[in-house]
Structure formats: C-alpha cells, structure tokens
Design a protein around this ligand. Structure first.
Ligand code: IDP
Ligand code: MG
Length: 149
C-alpha cells in the first residue's frame, strides 16, 4: 500500500481544524500509520522545503511553518499520494474547489492550512524527515474489506 506524508500546518492547529482534517482522511478510508505533534525549527523547515530555498516566498514560508506546532501524519492507502493532494486542494486556496480542505478552510497561499507530499518519492523523503520506522504502525483494520474490493 502507498504511503504519504500529510501535515496540518500551524494555522490549522491554531484554528482548531485538527479533528476536522484528520476526520476527513479517516472517513475517506485511509489508514493512519503515524501521528504526532511537533514544532519545526529552521533546520527542519529548510529540510522539508529544500526545493523552495532561495525563492521569494521562502523566508515567509519558513517563518510560517516554524511559528507554532504542527500535526504530522503518515496516511496509507491505494493511490493515497495523489488522492490526499486532491483532498487538500490547489496550493493557492483561491483556486481550490469547494469540498477541498484548502477550498473550505483557507483564503491565502501563505496560510493554506495543510501540506501533502506531491509524489511517491517526495512522500518517502518527507516521511523519513519526521518519522522513524518504529513510529509507523502496521495493523489490520476490520473495515478494510468494506473499503477495498
Ligand atoms: P504545495 O504545498 O501545494 O505542494 P508548493 O509549491 O510546494 O505547494 O509550496 C509550498 C508551500 O509554500 C505552499 O503550500 C505555501 O504554503 C507556500 N507558498 C507557495 N507559493 C507561495 C507564494 O507564492 N507565496 C507565499 N507562499 C507560498
Ligand atoms: Mg510542495
């Protein structure tokens, strides 16, 4: 099964959206394989967003992502990388459809509430930044046969 890295950003935590957001992924049928709360420091922000270092918005992004605790999670399921991205919505909430997390809960790109890995390779890299193998749980869910054919 595929895994992705999803992170509720500091604004999502401050705005009491943690339960709501996790609930969306649970109800979809994805399995939570890892879950924790932490606050990123500058070094972690640079590691996570290394592709964006040097871009005009990077300093604002680093300040934003280190500004408070985040909720980090690993989700597991069929095509979970692309499906979680679709559930998150477009990077700029102005372009995110209603029914997506960013479309429903955010207005500006610099406060867009949630992160999701953009590819299977990115997911593996990002999961490795936040979780050790021991922190990821493998378990059966009784509902699996009602979610997968
Ligand atoms: P993504 O989160 O949808 O993958 P990326 O392009 O990888 O989008 O950008 C990472 C994060 O950087 C975005 O989620 C957003 O918080 C922030 N960001 C991206 N572009 C801008 C911008 O033009 N202005 C301010 N912040 C931005
Ligand atoms: Mg990205």
């Amino acid at each position: 099964m595929e895994r992705t890295y999803v992170m509720i950003k500091p604004d999502g935590v401050q705005r009491n959206l943690v339960g709501e957001i996790i609930s969306r992924f649970e109800k979809k049928g994805f399995k939570i394989a890892g879950l924790k709360m932490l606050q990123l420091d500058r070094a972690m922000a640079e590691k996570h967003y290394k592709e964006h270092i040097g871009k005009p918005f990077f300093e604002a992004l680093a300040a934003y992502i280190t500004s408070g605790p985040v909720v980090a999670m690993v989700l597991e399921g069929k095509d979970v990388v692309s499906t979680a991205r679709a559930m998150n919505g477009a990077t700029n909430p102005a372009n995110s459809g209603a029914g997506t997390i960013r479309g429903d809960y955010a207005i500006e790109v610099g406060r867009n509430v949630i992160h999701g890995s953009d590819s299977v390779e990115s997911a593996a890299r990002e999961i490795g930044i936040y979780f050790t193998e021991k922190e990821l749980c493998e378990y059966q869910m009784v509902l699996d046969r009602w979610i997968y054919e």
